[in-house]
Design a protein around this ligand. Structure first.
Ligand code: GTB
Length: 213
């Protein structure tokens, strides 16, 4: 069955892979599923046809036959449970990998998004310079805890899983800030994710869209 995802017609990051279609592309590449991409403009995302797919008017969405999904957590989980390669067979290991997906989205991503918003959306506010160190500190606290758990392991819990895919995707958003450099094992962990052939294919595919003339 054809899988179709949506992505920005032109991502504001100019092809750095930071928009969330990249993690869905990566999951599909890891499990070897071909997919089609429908590009949407910012205006089209707020129109009824797209809102029927995504109530919050965002990308990415995922369609497979008559199934339509939004939220990258749900989408990556769907891909991981239907195709081998992203979740362990052992039931407890599988539950732990899913736990890491939730941890990435619910515990690690929020302070990272807060930092991105403070830098991008609130940069002109008079209180931003005073607030920024506090927001950065909250990110560092989380990274410190994550770094302590990862230690010198390659992945969060045994072999690479959807939990790592999500965690690396979330951490990648920090790359422009330089904060990751303060956590060498996390920087190496992210680089390990980026070195995966499936990630490279996903990155190249979104870059091809966003760097075209
Ligand atoms: N929780 C949802 C999920 O995980 O699917 C969040 C989806 C989401 O935030 N989508 C963003 C979107 O559609 C694109 S990824 N925004 C448009 C809108 O809300 O109107 C977020 C994003 C956008 C741009 C960059 N960038 O340029 O660096 C990075 C990340």
């Amino acid at each position: 069955m054809t899988i179709t995802i949506t992505a920005f017609e032109r991502s504001p990051d100019g092809g750095m892979g930071l928009a969330r279609d990249t993690r869905v592309r990566w999951a599909l590449e890891e499990v070897g599923q071909p997919y089609e991409v429908r590009l949407v403009s910012f205006r089209a995302m707020k129109e009824p046809a797209h809102l029927a797919l995504h109530p919050f008017g965002q990308i990415p969405t995922y369609q497979e036959g008559d199934l339509a999904l939004f939220e990258t957590g749900a989408i990556v989980f769907r891909i991981a449970e239907r195709h081998a390669g992203l979740l362990p067979k052992n039931a407890n290991a599988r539950a732990r990998a899913i736990t890491w997906m939730f941890a990435a989205l619910n515990t690690v991503e929020p302070p990272i998004l807060e930092l991105a918003n403070a830098k991008i959306l609130e940069s002109d506010k008079p209180w931003t310079q005073e607030r920024l160190p506090l927001v950065e500190e909250r990110v560092r606290d989380r990274l410190q805890q994550l770094a302590a758990r990862l230690g010198d392991a390659d992945w969060l819990d045994g072999g690479f899983s959807a939990g790592d895919l999500m965690m690396v995707s979330v951490l990648l958003r920090l790359k422009p800030s330089g904060i990751l450099k303060g956590f060498p094992n996390l920087a190496t962990y992210v680089a390990r994710g980026e070195a995966r052939p499936a990630y490279k294919r996903a990155f190249a595919a979104q870059a091809a869209v966003n760097t075209r003339k």
